[in-house]
Write a protein that binds this ligand. Structure first.
Ligand code: MF3
Ligand code: CO
Ligand code: CO
Length: 267
C-alpha cells in the first residue's frame, strides 16, 4: 500500500480527500459539542424503544431533537436517504430505513444518529434491546460493544489503523462471530465520510500511522453467522446473507497526544 498522507485540516478543503486531516483545538471543541449532542439523543430515545413503537416515530424524534439543538441530521437527503437516522433490526446489519414497522418484544435494534452541529458531525450508534431478549441475542450485543471498545483501546498515537481492526476481529473470532467487511468506519469532522476507511478486520501493524488530530469512527458490525451481507431492493437495507442476527455500536473519536478522546461518550 502506498504511504498515507496527512494534511492540516485548517488548510484542507471541506470535502473528502485522500489525505488524512489533522485537526487542532477548534476541531476538538466542535466534535465535543456535536458528539455530546449525538450521545444525548441516543440517551433520550431509550425510554421510547419499546414493543409497539413505530420506527418512523423514533426517526421523527431524532429529527426533532436535532433541530431543537440547532443541528441538522446528516443522513437526511444523504445520497437520497429519506430519514434522519438509520434503524436496523435483528438481521439488518446497517442502514435500515425507518418505516411503519413496529418493534416487538425480543428485537435487538441499532439506532445510528449523526447530527451536524456548527458544521461538525457527531456520528454514533447503539443497540437497544426491546423488552426481554433471548440470551444469544444479548450475548451478541454485549460482545459487539466490547469489540468496539477493544478497537478503540488501540487508538493511540504511534499505533497503526490496522491495530484497531485486528483487536476487533480477534475478539469477535473468540466468540465465533463474523465481522462485516463490506462497511467500514471513516474519517469525519466537517466532512461526514472522509479518509481513512477504518476496516474492522485488519492485520496488526498495517495501515496509516495514527497521529494526534485524526478524527474517525469505530463502528464494527458483528454477525452470529458469516460476515457476508446483502443489500435489499430498496438500495439501502443491508442484511446478513445467512439471515443471522447482527449488532453494531459506533463512536466518533479523536487521537490525542497521549491516547484518544471519545466524542460520543454517553453523559
Ligand atoms: N451513520 C452512518 C455511518 O455510521 C451512515 C448513514 S448514511 C445514511 O456512517 F444515509 F444511510 F443515513
Ligand atoms: Co459512521
Ligand atoms: Co453512524
Amino acid at each position: 500500500m502506498k504511504h498515507a498522507t496527512y494534511i492540516d485540516a485548517a488548510l484542507a478543503p471541506i470535502e473528502r480527500t485522500e489525505a488524512i486531516k489533522l485537526h487542532g483545538p477548534d476541531g476538538f471543541e466542535g466534535m465535543r459539542k456535536a458528539g455530546r449532542l449525538a450521545a444525548d439523543m441516543l440517551d433520550r430515545l431509550k425510554p421510547h424503544v419499546v414493543p409497539g413503537a413505530r420506527t418512523d416515530a423514533l426517526d421523527a424524534m431524532v429529527h426533532e431533537m436535532a433541530l431543537e439543538a440547532g443541528a441538522r441530521p446528516a443522513s437526511l437527503g444523504y445520497h437520497g436517504f429519506t430519514h434522519s437516522c438509520c434503524i436496523s433490526i435483528n438481521q439488518v446489519v446497517c442502514h435500515g430505513i425507518p418505516s411503519e414497522r413496529t418493534l416487538k418484544e425480543g428485537d435487538i435494534v441499532n439506532i445510528d444518529v449523526t447530527p451536524i452541529l456548527d458544521g461538525w458531525h457527531g456520528d454514533t450508534s447503539r443497540m437497544y434491546m426491546v423488552g426481554e431478549v433471548p440470551l444469544k441475542a444479548k450475548r451478541l450485543v454485549e460482545v459487539s460493544y466490547e469489540a468496539m471498545m477493544r478497537g478503540i483501546e488501540q487508538a493511540q498515537p504511534g499505533n497503526r489503523l490496522g491495530d484497531i481492526g485486528h483487536a476487533i476481529e480477534r475478539f469477535a473470532a473468540k466468540h465465533r462471530y463474523g465481522v462485516v467487511r463490506d462497511f467500514c468506519g471513516h474519517g469525519l469532522g466537517q466532512v461526514f465520510h472522509d479518509a481513512p476507511d477504518v476496516v474492522h478486520a485488519a492485520r496488526a501493524g498495517t495501515g496509516p500511522e495514527l497521529r494526534p488530530g485524526m478524527f474517525f469512527t469505530v463502528e464494527p458490525m458483528l454477525n452470529i453467522g458469516g460476515p457476508g451481507v446483502k443489500i435489499l431492493e430498496d438500495g439501502w437495507t443491508a442484511v446478513t446473507r445467512d439471515r443471522t442476527l447482527s449488532a453494531q455500536f459506533e463512536h466518533s473519536i479523536g487521537i490525542t497526544e497521549t491516547g484518544h478522546e471519545i466524542f460520543t461518550a454517553p453523559g
